[in-house]
Design a protein around this ligand. Structure first.
Ligand code: SF4
Length: 258
């Protein structure tokens, strides 16, 4: 299989079959924490990087022989999935031929575009990454194209929320010394008040990052971030360690009680 991977078991999505719609490493970001690789083609151009019909053919082949349960089919992979201009067509085809819920994990960079909004409306869950709500931190962590403005991204998500009746999730990736500042947390808090996501997940670096300086936050720092960001944010990284510390340190009861 070239475009389909897994299924993998994920805490948030259960048993999930992945689809990559772009080759490595085509992306509109070059995130310091990316665990795929450094971006070699930094672009905001939407086109059919990989043939949608080839992807669907592979998917049909996989599903015809796979006889276990799948919780989700997830567009993610080796770069930004919405860069593939046929993602809407692929979601529609999957919805037409299976009952498996479709998820899109996007870096949010193209959500101010009308065509991207229309494509994503068909998904069952859209998870937007929003690592910062201020330009300085946004640029530092995402190393995005200059044409991508964080204000437009936030407005795009807010407008999409108004149209989208399914699950909208936000993921915030925190990297030590890059975007783990109170001023970032406060601006994220304000943006999230407007977005009104169904879930907010706070994550940190757990896999080997493409930039060696990208380090994770410790548990106390993550809990502080969660407290300031608010909006029902949950910590999803280091779950085992968080659980261990919660059991062993009454100080951290704060997390369990939220
Ligand atoms: S958006 Fe995703 S694929 Fe692109 S650089 Fe960031 S983490 Fe990697």
């Amino acid at each position: 299989m070239k475009y389909i991977y897994g299924p993998v078991r994920s805490r948030r999505l259960g048993v999930s079959l992945g689809i990559s719609t772009v080759p490595a490493k085509v992306c509109s970001f070059n995130c310091v924490y990316c665990d795929v690789a450094k971006t070699t083609a930094l672009t905001g151009e939407r086109k059919e990087y990989v043939s949608a019909d080839e992807i669907l053919k592979e998917l049909r082949k996989f599903l015809s022989t796979y006889n276990k349960h799948l919780d989700h089919i997830t567009f993610s992979g080796f770069g930004e999935p919405t860069l593939n201009s046929k993602i809407g067509y692929m979601i529609a085809e999957i919805k037409e031929h299976t009952n498996i819920p479709v998820v899109v994990l996007t870096n949010s960079s193209l959500i101010s575009r009308g065509d991207v909004k229309i494509d994503l409306l068909q998904a069952d869950i859209v998870k937007f990454t929003l690592n910062a709500a201020r330009t300085d931190y946004y640029k530092k962590i995402n190393q995005s194209l200059d044409s991508i403005k964080v204000e437009d991204v936030i407005k795009g998500i807010i407008n999409f929320r108004k149209m989208f009746t399914h699950e909208l999730w936000i993921e915030i990736m925190l990297v030590k010394g890059v975007n783990d500042y109170e001023s970032n947390y406060r601006s994220l808090h304000d943006a999230l008040e407007l977005i009104r996501a169904d879930k907010v997940h706070i994550n940190t670096v757990v896999r080997e990052p493409s930039f060696g300086f990208a380090k994770s936050l410790n548990i106390e720092e993550l809990i502080l971030a969660k407290e300031i960001i608010g909006n029902g944010a949950e910590l999803i990284s280091l779950r085992r360690e968080v659980h261990y510390h919660i059991q062993s340190q009454p100080l951290l009861q704060i997390h369990r009680n939220k």
